[in-house]
Design a protein around this ligand. Structure first.
Ligand code: PLI
Length: 461
């Protein structure tokens, strides 16, 4: 029987009630929040699609693992399980626990990035970029050209631009480039996957120039699923084997376990190089904790070890990817402009096409985010000129971001397909009356990362 919905490969044992709110209440709350969804009380949100990070529901096995936490300062048995699991899945020798992904990045870069260096990546996530820049190096994004056009389909839109990378490595060499990064999946261009063919080619270039290759593995299992689905020759290859092949092509990885670790907190660095591992471990002790817990409790380590196995289950992955795709397909069929193809963890709305009457300096993405909350209780996030707009150094005026997007990120195992249908119907309803939406202006902003704290007001279009 052909299913209309991808059906959930789990049943629900614990429920968290959601408080319902009225439109009037939400209208008041969003005004009080300065039209910034980061300032809202989460309790007032019906479907929270702000992020898929740290928002997963854990399984009964993971909760059972939590009860087996060994909270010894040194030598916790949970660390040994964690180390063995990561060694088996990723194939790297050293496993260094951290409290989340950005600390893994910071520790890795502390040991190898120097001022004036260049770090290429298919696209840096914003914390990765900020950590590279913290060490006074340049974070260079080299996505394939297709990634720049939201409506253009491409099976591996997360890929690295090989020609640009080859030219950069040739010009700057290992003196200026301490490592090459590959973010899988490529979050910032829409959760788009990277092919094994592309990874292999990047590895060859890195080898030629003797530069290490590291992965940002936050959504590695989703990436492996897309390889199995789309890359010639991988249809019948089990996910764990695809994962081993990916990581065998690199020298190490950083990971935010808050995504494909299926947990609410945690991360790690894994790598083969002994001296680099030693240097990172020294820093770890200084800023995070002893090497057998990093910044986590023993119980957190256990939940990650179990989550990393569960995420490789093809039933889980197939449902996960299909649920996100189901939302994208509903919207696409109704003519709502989205990034295509739909990526692994989120559907991205193209706000410039959704609200063509609102120019970038009146933040169409934010206008869309505000309306989704006010009218339907759905929280998405703007990824456009509010988040990434830069000031012109000469005029002080805002320069628009390359794209005006709204990300609807789907937490793992949290929402049922009825919630997803509700989101689809709401977005389609909003699209039918999009011309009535108003733009926004900033009334207060911080110097850095302004989207988190900015306050705005509505203006007439
Ligand atoms: O939030 P952290 O520090 O555990 O992880 C940072 C991080 C690193 N790499 C990638 C690809 C990410 O997507 C990422 C965090 N992402 C968030 C918070 C998100 O909302 O997408």
């Amino acid at each position: 029987m052909a299913m209309k919905f991808p059906s959930e490969p789990f049943k629900i044992k614990v429920v968290e009630p959601i408080r319902t709110t009225t439109r009037e209440e939400r209208s008041r709350l969003i005004q009080q929040a300065g039209f910034n969804i980061f300032n809202l009380p989460a309790e007032s949100v019906y479907v929270d699609l702000l992020t898929d990070s740290g928002t997963a529901a854990m399984s009964d096995q993971q909760w059972a693992g939590i009860m087996l936490g060994d909270e010894s300062y040194a030598g916790s048995r949970n660390y040994h399980h964690f180390e063995k699991t990561i060694q088996e899945i990723f194939g790297y020798k050293h496993v260094i626990p951290t409290h989340q992904g950005r600390m893994a990045e910071n520790l890795l870069f502390s040991a190898c990035v120097r001022p004036g260096d260049i770090v290429p990546n298919n696209t840096h996530f914003d914390t990765t970029r900020a950590n590279v820049e913290f060490y006074r190096a340049q974070a260079l994004d080299l996505p394939v050209v297709a990634a720049r056009t939201p409506s253009l389909p491409h099976p591996f839109k997360g890929n690295m631009d090989l020609e640009k990378l080859a030219a950069l490595l040739q010009e700057k060499g290992r003196e200026k480039i301490p490592l090459v990064l590959m973010t899988i999946t490529n979050n910032s261009v829409g959760g788009q996957p990277v092919s094994l063919e592309n990874i292999r080619a990047v590895r060859d270039l890195c080898r030629l120039h003797q530069i290490p290759l590291f992965f940002d593995a936050a959504r590695f299992a989703e990436n492996a699923f897309f390889i199995q689905e789309r890359e010639p020759g991988y249809r019948n290859v089990p996910i764990p084997e695809i994962v081993r092949e990916i990581f065998s092509l690199g020298d190490g990885c950083t990971m935010s376990a808050k995504k494909d670790g299926l947990v609410n907190i945690g991360g790690f660095v894994a790598l083969n190089d002994d001296s680099l591992a030693e240097e990172i471990t020294h820093m770890l002790i200084l800023v995070e904790g002893f090497p057998t817990y990093g910044g986590m409790a023993g119980r957190d380590l256990e939940a990650i070890s179990i989550g990393l196995r569960e995420v490789l289950d093809e039933n889980y992955l197939s449902f996960r990817i299909s649920q996100v795709r189901y939302l994208g397909d509903q919207l696409d069929q109704a003519g709502v402009p989205i990034i295509k193809p739909v990526g692994g963890h989120a559907v991205f709305l193209d706000a410039s096409a959704f609200l063509p009457h609102i120019p970038p300096d009146l933040f169409p993405g934010q206008a869309l985010v505000v309306a989704l909350y006010k009218d339907y209780g759905i929280r998405g996030v703007e990824i456009g000129s509010l988040m990434f707009g830069r000031k012109d150094p000469l005029t002080g005026r805002d320069l628009p971001a390359p794209n005006e997007l709204v990300r609807l990120a789907i937490p793992r195992r949290v929402y049922t397909n009825m919630h997803i249908s509700y989101v689809a119907e709401s977005v389609i309803d909003l699209f039918s009356r999009a011309s009535s939406l108003k733009g926004l202006q900033i009334v207060h902003e911080a110097k850095r990362l302004r989207h988190f704290t900015a306050r705005l007001c509505e203006v007439g279009p």
